[in-house]
Design a binder for this molecule. Structure first.
Ligand code: PLP
Length: 446
């Protein structure tokens, strides 16, 4: 496939944006897509195929954002197009038992070792919401621990310290400042939340000594994806597993970003950690809205119909079209060498970018491995937690860099808190085009 050319004009995108603002708040459906991030105005994307997207003006881009990681098979994968067309002709959804949901669940269980049973939701946020309700019901405890900088969806109690803030606002590590991410949440909601720094075993031991026996759950992402891509220190997740077991708190592993991305069994398989409950989304649906909660029968069966059940209703749960896509997507992901290829292409992209920054003598690191990574403009050799990110990462320079890439046919969000995504549609040629565009974008960047 030819290299995307330099962007010519974005007149039509701007026209759509002006029109959008008449009827949509900020002209979009999520603040992460609007003008504050894509200043001066968002790019209206109209079409996608494989690794490519086209905007309203006909400009072509190689897409490395991939719907925040949802599009593990790239755009309009032929198998999924066929699956959806055929399923749609038979009826989209019945809100009743279907064979489609059984086939999706069976494949899910084959791939995720900790999934004795699974319950499908419509989004990752619904999955993490349900996971906490299950943990509270199962343990009879109310409090839970969340880590600074982790995002688990937009459910009220999770919306504490999920945004970055100036370092002077963060408070001491032993007693982090509690900063709500949203208006409209009663402060008492956070009475049950214990907040701790992540990736720090000493801090973890301290906080669990103090609060462990009151906690229904500790929720964590295995890789902190909400501040770009921050890997767990060696042994951190394993120690977290031991300590949660000792104090009787459930370990909820939020694999909404990492699930079906690093290996067929997610990061729990990759790092060898057995959660009590895990949550999924994004790559599971290959672009269709879906989430999942998985775990042992003894916990999930609390949702079974009874007077004391953990309630989880939803008109669109197990949506038939989506279930067909999930099953087809998991079949594609189960094919030989899928993950080897995802890792190889991703590692090549990372190596190419590192080489560009070295040659251009720019103080930038590329963190992560294989199918997900992030670029940080920083003097540091590594970014290891939320506080490092808030203190040492030049997010404005990153945004300028990404805008220059957008002008050179690379599609990515200018928000540093997200991450570069490799799908099965990306090729070595795409990775080379990224390195070439990055090289040009570095020239005159500072
Ligand atoms: C780790 C994590 N958990 C949960 C969610 C919420 O998923 P959704 O956006 O599908 O509601 C996200 C979304 O980005 C996430 O990154």
């Amino acid at each position: 496939m030819a290299q995307p050319s330099r962007t010519r004009s974005r007149t039509r995108s701007q026209q759509w944006f002006e029109r959008a603002q008449q009827s949509l708040v900020e002209g979009v459906n999520s603040p992460s897509r609007g003008a504050p991030v894509y200043a001066p105005s968002p790019i209206a994307l109209e079409r996608g195929h494989g690794s490519r997207v086209w905007d309203a003006d006909g400009n072509e881009y190689i897409d490395f954002m991939m719907s925040f990681g949802a599009l593990i098979q790239g755009h309009a994968h032929p198998t999924l197009v066929k699956t959806v067309s055929e399923a749609m002709a038979e009826g989209s959804h019945f809100a009743a038992a279907t064979s489609a949901e059984v086939e999706a669940a069976e494949r899910f269980r084959q791939m995720v070792p900790s999934a004795e049973v699974v319950r499908f939701t419509n989004t990752g946020s619904e999955a993490t919401m349900l996971a906490l309700r299950l943990a509270r019901a199962h343990t009879g405890r109310r409090k839970f621990l969340k880590f600074e900088g982790h995002y688990h969806g937009w459910y009220d109690p999770y919306l504490l310290n999920a945004h970055s803030h100036p370092p002077e606002q963060l408070g001491p590590v032993e007693n982090p400042a509690r900063i709500p991410d949203s208006e409209g949440i009663p402060p008492s909601t956070f009475d049950d939340v214990v907040l701790s720094p992540w990736n720090d075993v000493a801090a973890l031991e301290r906080v669990l000594r103090q609060h462990g026996r009151e906690l229904a759950a500790v929720i964590t992402e295995p890789i902190m994806a909400n501040m770009g891509c921050i890997l767990p220190r060696d042994g951190y997740l394993q120690r977290l597993r031991e300590l949660t077991r000792e104090c009787g708190a459930m370990l909820i592993l939020d694999e909404v970003v990492t699930g079906f991305r690093y290996s067929s069994g997610g990061c729990q398989e990759y790092y060898g950690v057995q959660p009590d409950i895990s949550t999924f989304g994004k790559a599971l649906g290959a672009g269709f809205p879906v989430g999942a909660v998985a775990g042992p029968r003894s916990i999930l069966e609390r949702m079974g119909w009874s007077e004391n059940m953990v309630l989880h209703y939803g008109t669109f749960n197990g949506h038939r079209l989506t279930m067909k896509v999930v099953a087809a997507n998991l079949d594609l992901l189960s094919a030989d060498r899928t993950y080897l290829k995802l890792h190889a292409v991703g590692d090549a992209a990372i190596a190419g970018l590192r080489e560009v920054f070295r040659r251009r003598q720019l103080k930038a690191i590329v963190q992560g491995f294989g199918p997900m990574f992030q670029i940080y403009f920083t003097e540091r050799d590594t970014i290891q937690d939320y506080r490092d990110y808030c203190k040492y990462v030049d997010t404005k320079l990153y945004s300028r860099f990404v805008h220059r890439l957008l002008d050179r046919g690379i599609y990515m969000t200018p928000s540093n808190g997200l991450h570069w995504i490799i799908s099965t549609a990306h090729t070595d040629a795409d990775v080379q085009a990224l390195a070439d565009a990055a090289d040009q974008a570095c020239s005159g960047l500072l």
